[in-house]
Design a protein around this ligand. Structure first.
Ligand code: CP3
Length: 346
């Protein structure tokens, strides 16, 4: 069976499209009324994550209500840390918290390379159920965190503005850091292979904390491992989104991936110049633009589309949509991309 709407995959591969495809990072979350209802009922984020029926429903809701051109599987990047043996909790209003952290040889000896077929089977089950319920309407994106971003949480134990414990370790014990990054990388490669077998049509790598590293450290401790992951995926297109890594766009242009995600700090023309014509760009409206009036959202979205032009662009925000954004404003963004880019492509 063919996908009814394959704009995302065409744009990723650089094939001509009738208009610009659009989806939002973090679309399967608090902005959706059905998601909020479920979270209020069960309180426990991880229960939602580990119940494939519910995860599939949450994944499909934005396709039904927002009309986006892709679903992204409802899960979290931190499931890989847990599958390696490091448990975490999702604390209400605060974010992830790891009761134990990984900082020395003793700690790393408690970890294993993930065996996703058993450890993460609930994600694969959610993917299979989502695919079947989507019934070829739109593609499904699978994802994982970049090894550096997972490392940052495993070492720090929680969110942080600076992740200084994680960065400190790169200087104090580079060999140890590489060992942990290798373990995360191997676990992630197995995990993504399984997602592809379960049916995802595309993969996105989230390097949310790329921007806190110096260019040299980013190259040695992050990009190297992202590059290994890209090389391991041959069946579906791959997007690399490294938030804040404007300093590395030139190296990222060499990655074995089809799409580079831009955050809202990155200049669109400048980024295109550095990356060249052979990759698709994704992004990059400031998520805060969706707090503006409808008129200002339309203006900002059109301005973004004008700058990217009609080819090799996947419209998105420059980071995940903020959870308290009004649904109608998100819809306005999606509708504006669809209507305006249709005119542009003519
Ligand atoms: O994009 C989607 O809609 C798919 C689902 C998805 C979630 N997390 C669900 C989620 C994806 C792709 C992620 C990725 C993720 N998780 C990242 C990378 C992207 C980014 O935002 O930089 C990171 C860093 C995490 C780790 C994480 N998970 C944090 C820091 C938090 C708490 C703060 C926050 O941003 O909400 C989460 C929780 C989380 N993951 C929620 C959702 C829907 C919110 C849970 C809730 O409050 O109901």
């Amino acid at each position: 069976m063919q996908l009814q709407n394959d704009l995302l995959l065409k744009a990723a591969r650089g094939e001509p499209t009738s208009r610009t495809p659009v989806w939002l990072m973090r679309q399967a979350g608090r902005i959706m009324p059905g998601y909020r209802r479920k979270r209020n009922q069960m309180k426990d984020f991880k229960h939602l994550l580990k119940t494939p029926d519910l995860a599939a429903e949450v994944t499909i809701e934005p396709v039904d209500l927002l009309g986006v051109d892709s679903a992204i599987i409802f899960s979290d990047i931190l499931v890989v840390a847990e599958a390696m043996g490091l448990n975490y909790e999702m604390v209400e209003q605060k974010g992830p918290y790891f009761p134990k952290t990984i900082r020395n040889e003793n700690d790393i000896n408690t970890l294993r390379i993930a065996e996703p077929d058993s450890d993460l089977n609930y994600v694969y089950q959610a993917i299979r159920q989502t695919k079947s319920a989507l019934n070829y309407r739109v593609p499904l994106i699978g994802f994982a965190g970049a090894p550096w971003t997972i490392f940052a949480y495993m070492v720090e134990g929680q969110g942080s503005k600076t992740f200084s414990n994680a960065r400190k370790l790169l200087y104090q014990n580079p060999e140890f850091s590489h060992r942990l990054l290798e373990m995360i990388t191997q676990s992630t490669i197995y995990y993504l292979e399984g997602q592809i077998r379960a049916g995802v049509n595309m993969i996105q790598i989230f390097d949310s904390w790329a921007g806190i590293l110096s260019p040299d450290l980013y190259h040695d401790f992050s990009l190297k491992y992202v590059s290994k992951i890209c090389d391991s995926i041959t069946e579906v297109p791959v997007t690399v989104f490294a938030k804040g890594a404007f300093f590395s766009l030139e190296s990222m242009a060499q990655l074995n991936c089809e799409v580079i995600g831009l955050d809202w700090n990155m200049d669109i023309h400048h980024s295109r110049q550095i990356i060249g014509p052979d990759k698709t760009l994704q992004g990059n409206l400031d998520p805060c633009a969706l707090y503006g009036s409808m008129e200002s959202i339309r203006r900002a979205t059109k301005n973004m589309l004008d700058q990217f032009g009609p080819h090799r662009h996947i419209a998105n925000l420059g980071h995940g949509v903020y959870p308290d954004t009004e649904f109608d404003k998100v819809k306005c963004f999606v509708d504006t991309v669809k209507e305006y880019s249709d005119v542009l492509s003519r």
